[in-house]
Ligand binder design. Structure first.
Ligand SMILES: NC(=O)c1ccc[n+]([C@@H]2O[C@H](COP(=O)([O-])OP(=O)(O)OC[C@H]3O[C@@H](n4cnc5c(N)ncnc54)[C@H](O)[C@@H]3O)[C@@H](O)[C@H]2O)c1
Length: 357
């Protein structure tokens, strides 16, 4: 019997996201070997090595990059380090899966463009919601059956009781006082932090389903510690959209979307990702006057994104994860939202050539 060749991966960062999902995703993926792990915090590295048993563990990133057996790197570090550490991996000729959001800065994204032009490795941003099989089913329905899109509404609401839920679902993260942290605490500016952490997911899902965003017009309200962005969108294909990003809803996790098209429509409800359950999706198809509703039993979207990443590299499968161009468009959209709020006017993405969040 033929056994499938496995992609040898090195994970950079042994912090919460690696512990919650990347180690386990590598262990369970059909086409990946967790070959190496790396963290500058020696206590964390030692404990994670004991648990996950990679072949190698490195206290230094450059040492890991110099290991010729490693084919690809998962960059699982704080946002501020995503681009500089991805650049090092690209320069070492390694394929890269970098955690979301790609970046807050267009100048950084341009550096990545230049590096990838010189070293054309596979580069994917970790917007794993595309690999939610319910969302992917909706995408297929939209592309193959729904015809022209009229409008998309998408919403993403983190809630006050979120940690009551996720503390039960996730293992307790093992922390280290020696972990490398960004010089500025990302949570010092919550408006920016929420947009980067959550808004990036919402923007990725909307543009995955309805195509590139052309312009936006945004409003933000802050009251009683809650933040609500309402963003009117025009997509490049002429359809309209509305994005609702609300953080600290007094209620349940609130995520989903609705799409109206020529031959049908889609309604989807997305659970908090740590339930590892796919979105519930109803796709109505007018010519048959019936709904399609996938079971999408495999809800481990983080593992599915990794398996796709490996399939692209090992078997030349056409990539459909978030690429550099799309990661950069998300950065642009986040900057456009900020500008639109500050200047109370619509902002066209093609007019944004520089800047940061
Ligand atoms: N996709 C999702 O649903 C999701 C969910 C949560 C977090 N995230 C993302 O995951 C990323 C990481 O989050 P986290 O909470 O695990 O971060 P963290 O900062 O707590 O942990 C990162 C680890 O990387 C190590 N590290 C950083 N730079 C290093 C270097 N140069 N060399 C060696 N080790 C280094 C640190 O010591 C630390 O242990 C963030 O960008 C976050 O947005 C994604």
């Amino acid at each position: 019997m033929m056994t499938e060749r496995k992609l040898k991966i090195g994970i950079l960062g042994c912090g919460p996201i690696a512990q919650f999902t990347h180690f386990e995703s590598c262990q369970k993926a059909k086409n990946i070997e967790l070959y190496a792990i790396c963290d500058r915090a020696p206590d964390l590295l030692e404990r994670m090595t004991a648990i996950w048993q990679p072949r190698k563990s490195y206290p230094d990133y450059q040492m890991m990059l110099e290991d010729p057996a490693i084919e690809a790197i998962i960059v699982a570090t704080a946002d501020a380090f995503h681009v500089p550490l991805s650049l090092q991996a690209i320069q070492a000729g390694k394929h890269v899966l970098v955690e979301k959001p790609l970046s807050h800065s267009l100048a950084e994204c341009q550096q990545l463009e230049e590096a990838l032009a010189k070293n054309p490795v596979h580069f994917q941003v970790g917007h794993m919601k595309r690999f939610d099989q319910g969302i992917h089913f909706a995408k297929q329905f939209i592309s193959d059956k729904m015809g022209e899109i009229l409008a998309l509404k998408a919403w993403y609401g983190d809630n006050t009781q979120r940690y009551t839920m996720t503390d039960n679902l996730q293992p307790l993260p093992i922390k280290s006082k020696q972990a490398v942290a960004p010089s500025v605490n990302p949570k010092a500016d919550l408006e920016r932090y929420y947009m980067m952490a959550h808004g990036s997911h919402l923007i990725d899902t909307a543009s995955y389903l309805a195509g590139p965003i052309g312009s936006i017009s945004a409003k933000l309200r802050q009251k009683f510690g809650a933040y609500c962005w309402f963003v009117d969108v025009e997509f490049e294909n002429g359809s309209v959209g509305h994005l609702d990003l609300t953080i600290k809803i007094r209620g349940d996790w609130h995520e989903g979307f609705q799409v109206y098209g020529e031959n049908g429509s889609v309604f989807a409800k997305t659970p908090n990702p740590w339930f590892y359950k796919s979105s519930e999706v109803d796709c109505y198809f007018e010519p048959e006057r019936q709904y399609y509703r996938p079971l999408a039993a495999d809800g481990f979207s983080y593992r599915l994104q990794l398996e796709h990443f490996a399939d692209v590299i090992l078997h030349g499968v056409t990539p459909w994860g978030t690429n550099l161009k799309e990661g950069m468009a998300i950065a642009k959209t986040m900057i456009a939202i900020k500008r639109s709020i500050a200047e109370s006017r619509p902002v066209y993405l093609d007019q944004i050539t520089e800047g940061e969040l």
